[in-house]
Write a protein that binds this ligand. Structure first.
Ligand code: FES
Ligand SMILES: [Fe+2]
Length: 378
């Protein structure tokens, strides 16, 4: 494969003396708690895909900031989310992570039964209770919404619309028709690192030649460009090298490109971190989505999914291993350095280090986090 001409523009976008964050941002349980309560507990969080609650009663469960949430679809086709807590004596109703309700939601303890909109429709032995009114005991609802096949949930009361958090992304990625794509493969990683280190690593390409020689062979690490940090997301694109069709083990693409993409977008991969927990990587022929689930200051579960066109999934010999193996290899390399970063930052010897001018998104993200903590402790 021939090397493209990469025009490396000098950058001087960083304030002098820009340094990485103090260790406590990655290790302190009280800062972690504040991020869970005020970021994960208030923003729209990427919870899954519409197809996981595609039919009425089909459900999946997510744990968000200590709340177990059931996402399902009502009989009329509306996405619904509820706290997984029975209104009788508080029992967790749904103990499966995914499944199908048979028309209603029934608590396993005393059989209080709710319809798919959360209304209590059956409460055995409550008939004689004076003034008991089923209408007063619906499942506790949580706001849920969809963006082109992605399900988002927010724990906030009276939240702003999801569209307000996504901003320009709705228009920007319309051509990928993400709502048409379906899951082909899922791998769950348990990473011993703070969630912010994973976001930072995702938005930084300086490590690619060193850490990801296979990726750098397909897409030059200084190609493409970043957008400036937006209030709720950050990202940019990288260009495929000449002759490379997609990010796969050998750079060839055994699938049809996504319909609707411009010739330019067929030559690019877009990488966007949508705060607080979604990493969206759009390729010419598939979509890679990571959702981050912080478990502790130094531990993050990362659900990684590859999504494809249904026509490709339906092919008798559909085999996504070319791109799954490629990203699984790359992911593991990334998680390894994230874990090494966490380990080093946790050492008493760590002191913040200087950023290069090409780490501007990371510095901007740090400012976002520092200002968030300043606001939340004010
Ligand atoms: S706790 Fe659910 S029916 Fe009693
Ligand atoms: Fe990487």
């Amino acid at each position: 494969m021939s090397q493209p001409d990469i025009v490396v523009k000098p950058r001087d976008v960083m304030p002098e003396g820009a340094r990485t964050l103090p260790a406590r941002y990655y290790t302190d349980p009280s800062l972690f708690r504040a991020e869970m309560d005020r970021l994960f507990g208030r923003m729209w969080v990427c919870a899954g895909r519409s197809e996981q609650a595609g039919r009425p009663g089909q459900f999946f469960v997510r744990e968000i900031n200590g709340r177990n949430i059931v996402v399902t679809r009502s009989a009329s086709g509306t996405l619904r989310a509820f706290h997984n807590v029975c209104r009788h004596r508080g029992t967790r109703i749904c103990s499966e992570e995914v499944g199908q309700f048979a028309g209603s939601i029934r608590c396993p303890y005393h059989a209080w039964t709710y319809d798919l909109d959360g209304r209590l429709i059956g409460a055995p032995h409550m008939e004689e209770v004076p003034h008991f009114d089923k209408a007063e005991y619906p499942l506790l609802a949580v706001d849920a919404d969809e963006w082109d096949g992605h399900v988002f949930v927010t724990l906030r009361d009276n939240p702003p619309p999801l569209r307000a958090q996504l901003g320009d992304l709705c228009a920007k990625f319309r051509d990928w028709r993400m709502q048409d794509l379906r899951l082909g493969r899922r791998i769950v990683y348990d990473v011993r690192a703070n969630w912010k280190l994973i976001i930072q690593n995702y938005n930084e390409c300086l490590h690619c030649p060193n850490l990801h020689p296979a990726l750098n062979k397909l897409s030059h690490y200084l190609s493409g460009e970043n957008e400036p940090l937006r209030p709720t997301y950050m990202g940019g694109r990288m260009d495929l090298r000449p002759g490379v069709e997609t990010l796969s083990m050998d750079g060839s693409c055994p699938r049809a490109f996504l319909p609707g993409l411009s010739p330019e977008d067929r030559r690019r991969v877009y990488y966007y971190a949508i705060f607080p927990n979604m990493l969206l990587s759009l390729h010419p022929d598939y979509m890679l989505v990571h959702s981050l689930w912080p478990m502790a200051p130094d531990r993050t579960v990362n659900i990684c999914e590859w999504h494809f066109q249904p026509s490709e999934l339906a092919r008798e010999r559909f085999n996504p291993s070319d791109c799954v193996d490629f990203w699984d290899l790359t992911n593991r390399q990334d998680w390894h350095v994230c874990e090494l970063s966490q380990a080093g930052i946790s050492s008493p010897a760590y002191v913040p280090g200087p950023y290069s001018n090409r780490e501007d998104l990371l510095y901007a993200f740090d400012r976002f986090i520092v200002e968030f903590h300043q606001r939340s402790s004010a």
